[in-house]
Design a binder for this molecule. Structure first.
Ligand SMILES: [Zn+2]
Length: 256
């Protein structure tokens, strides 16, 4: 582009180029929706068949994220490299090229946000199914009895940690191990619901450190409330994370 040739943003070549770019992004958007629509019924079937863990859902979600967010974002970058070269050939100025590039960046953010919602919602559905299964098999009236004298031990149904308890009647020490299904609740139900509870704050945390702190407070607050046996443990973790956000200038990247 010479000094005396002015760039014309309305030239048929440039208009056609922008339309090609829009069309390309539209096709990637369609592809994103198509992949998720295809997986809708199989995912529901998988959730209906869950027992006490969500490992199979976790694996499918990893594959889906790769197929959507990762691959489509790479396609945006590949497509943009070609577009940018053609726009430069037409002599488009920096700010015009930059606004076209933004369309691609916005699309990448949009699918990342959308998949993050899908991820949390799917885990929540799985969590509710697992919770239903556990509740069906836990006898709330079951008593824990001393192995020596059969005296009643003061253990709550939803206890999450192994404990040593001294029997009040005979003084012998009993070790209580939580039922595997109760343990499963912590990892596959309460964790997921805590994440769902805090998901909007997690999104804001990408741009705002204080939202990151609020996210940790909401997430760990939910855990502390629902796993009271481990309140101190979670409180310590929460404080460590918040301190890490405070002292690490790049901590916000963790949420991106
Ligand atoms: Zn006893």
């Amino acid at each position: 582009m010479g000094l005396f040739n002015k760039f014309d943003g309305n030239s048929p070549e440039f208009v056609a180029l922008c339309e090609r770019w829009d069309g390309y992004l539209k096709k990637l958007d369609d592809r994103y929706n198509e992949v998720l629509a295809q997986v809708d019924a199989p995912m529901q079937g998988m959730i209906d068949g869950l027992q006490y863990d969500n490992i199979v859902v976790h694996n499918v979600l990893m594959g889906l994220e790769n197929q959507t967010v990762t691959e489509l974002s790479e396609k945006v970058d590949q497509g943009w490299t070609k577009m940018e070269a053609e726009m430069e050939k037409l002599g488009a100025p920096w700010e015009i090229i930059s606004s076209q590039r933004n369309k691609g960046e916005q699309f990448k953010n949009k699918i990342a946000d959308s998949f993050s919602d899908y991820h949390v919602n799917t885990y929540t559905r799985a969590a509710n199914k697992i919770l239903e299964n556990v509740q069906k098999h836990i006898d709330e009236n079951k008593l824990h009895r001393c192995t020596q004298c059969a005296g009643e031990l003061p253990i709550k149904t939803y206890s999450f940690m192994a404990v040593n308890l001294k029997c009040e009647s005979c003084g012998s020490v009993n070790t209580y191990q939580p039922d595997d299904r109760i343990r499963a609740l912590e990892y596959y139900v309460i964790n997921q619901l805590a994440e769902a509870n805090a998901k909007e704050l997690k999104k804001q945390a990408r741009y705002d450190k204080n939202a990151g702190k609020e996210y940790y407070k909401a997430y760990y607050g939910y855990l502390m409330e629902n796993v009271p046996d481990k309140k101190e443990f979670y409180e310590r973790q929460m404080n460590e994370r918040i301190k890490w956000l405070d002292t690490n200038p790049f901590a916000g990247d963790y949420f991106r």
